[in-house]
Design a protein around this ligand. Structure first.
Ligand code: ADP
Ligand code: MG
Ligand code: MG
Length: 208
């Protein structure tokens, strides 16, 4: 059941998963950035988890809004405002007591819109947009095919994994990695990878 308890569990699971992935994200960002994505994400999600534990929240949206505010105030660099805007937009469309398949699609589409509104990247520019875009599209397809809310999340995660993998050969044209030009090719985008980590935590929380 994707209710407020799920959302709280998601944030705790995300904090654990991001901590586990910290070194991997740092290494990916060392290759095409400034080696701080692991640190940025870990700092943000530890703070978000601490905040969400005892803050009042009645809906999924209330929890996602707390996450958004915390990420915006604690995460430096590109990822804080990008994920902050994603969670803020997602919060606005998740006010139902329990999320159904349509609500999960709306959450993912709103998050994608937030990232794009903030960063102005399109698919193929080697950013987290390359994970969020197929995730939202696959979620809508799964919903249309009759999947339940958890099935929609599963489809989104699989598509995000493929989308993240698709960034490897791409040339970065947005963000810090774009400074490298052709030397950005052959590396996985850190933000696309952290998107997968966050969606995997959402699914894990749904199964808990
Ligand atoms: P910084 O690059 O400021 O050090 P991070 O290392 O935390 O910030 O985040 C880098 C990630 O942010 C990239 O891997 C990419 O996925 C994402 N990113 C950077 N710029 C953009 C953008 N304009 N649109 C979408 N995502 C972006
Ligand atoms: Mg960085
Ligand atoms: Mg940085």
């Amino acid at each position: 059941m994707l209710d407020v308890a799920w959302a709280r569990t998601w944030v705790q699971a995300a904090a654990v998963a991001v901590a586990d992935a910290k070194d991997e994200l740092t290494e990916l960002d060392r290759q095409i950035g400034d080696a701080d994505h692991g640190f940025n994400m870990d700092r943000g999600f530890q703070a978000a988890a601490a905040k969400v534990v005892d803050a009042p929240a009645e809906t999924v949206g209330d929890v996602l809004k707390l996450v958004a505010m915390t990420l915006m105030s604690t995460v430096g660099g590109a990822a804080g405002p990008l994920y902050g805007t994603a969670f803020l937009r997602a919060a606005k469309v998740t006010t139902a007591p329990e999320l159904g398949p349509d609500d999960v699609v709306a959450l993912l589409e709103a998050a994608l819109e937030g990232v794009v509104a903030r960063g102005k990247a399109a698919v193929g520019e080697k950013t987290m947009v390359d994970a969020w875009t197929p995730a939202a599209a696959a979620a809508a397809s799964a919903r249309d095919a009759g999947a339940d809310a958890v099935g929609v999340l599963e489809a989104a995660l699989r598509a995000a994994e493929e989308g993240a993998a698709s960034t490897v050969p791409l040339l970065a044209t947005k963000g810090r990695a774009s400074y490298l030009g052709e030397r950005s090719q052959g590396h996985l985008d850190p933000g696309a990878r952290s998107t997968v980590v966050l969606l995997a935590a959402a699914l894990e929380a749904a199964r808990a």
